[in-house]
Write a protein that binds this ligand. Structure first.
Ligand code: ITT
Ligand code: NA
Length: 199
């Protein structure tokens, strides 16, 4: 069985691979299909953006496609960057996005630096596009003033999880996959798949 993950983000690809490898499901990503056109994320919500990615790639490849749209909501920033997390600093660049986040939170005390990381997943089957599956997952944390850890990607070095006394970048991919926003969404998806296969 092959599923295409509609992502060009190697960090996401690594996490999906680590989960699905143990399930006997083979993963491809858009990194395996460099000829596909870019999908413009013009939606107003995570779900709309994930659906844009899933439906367009499923139509191109005629394969089942799972799309991930994720983002960081920082309470002190009124929920920003949210759906604009990938482009927060103006271009799609982790270092720039993290620098922008630190700058915007200058002087905000630790107790007020609470944040939520969110993932929405949309699973689309090319033969039944109206019957896609939508799931989501969240994790609460705090935005540090100084990055910690070298694992993960994106905002992980700044996203501190108090219960673990670690940032997401201080976890192995297996540890992150026990607790993350993305892992929770994937768990929901697996449950829906089970119900769907039985139906
Ligand atoms: P695709 O659309 O190709 O999947 P993307 O990186 O553009 O890749 P998003 O639109 O979901 O993905 O953007 C989310 C932003 O948040 C982007 O800057 C990511 O690097 C970052 N991000 C997503 N998941 C993350 C995670 O688990 N930990 C840290 N940062 C994450
Ligand atoms: Na996005």
């Amino acid at each position: 069985r092959t599923i295409v993950i509609a992502t060009k983000n190697p960090g996401k690809a690594r996490e999906f691979n680590a989960v699905f490898a143990t399930e006997g499901i083979q993963i491809k990503t858009l990194l395996d299909y460099p000829e596909l056109p870019r999908i413009d994320e013009t939606g107003a919500t995570f779900e709309e953006n994930a659906r844009l990615k899933a439906d367009q790639i499923a139509a191109y490849l005629h394969l089942p496609v799972l799309a991930d749209d994720s983002g960081l909501m920082v309470d002190a920033l009124g929920g920003r960057p949210g759906i604009y997390s990938a482009r927060f600093s103006g271009d799609h660049n982790d270092a720039g996005n993290n620098a922008k986040l630190l700058y915007e939170l200058t002087g905000v005390p630790a107790a007020e630096r609470t944040a939520t990381f969110h993932t929405t997943l949309v699973f689309a089957k090319p033969e039944r596009p109206a019957e896609d599956l939508v799931v989501e997952g969240n994790i609460q944390g705090q935005i540090l003033g100084i990055p910690r850890g070298d694992n993960g990607f994106g905002y992980d070095p700044l996203f501190y999880v108090p219960a673990l006394d670690a940032t997401l970048a201080q976890l192995t991919v297996e540890q992150k996959n026990q607790i993350s926003h993305r892992a929770k969404a994937i768990e929901q998806l697996k449950q829906k798949w089970r119900a769907w296969i039985k139906a």
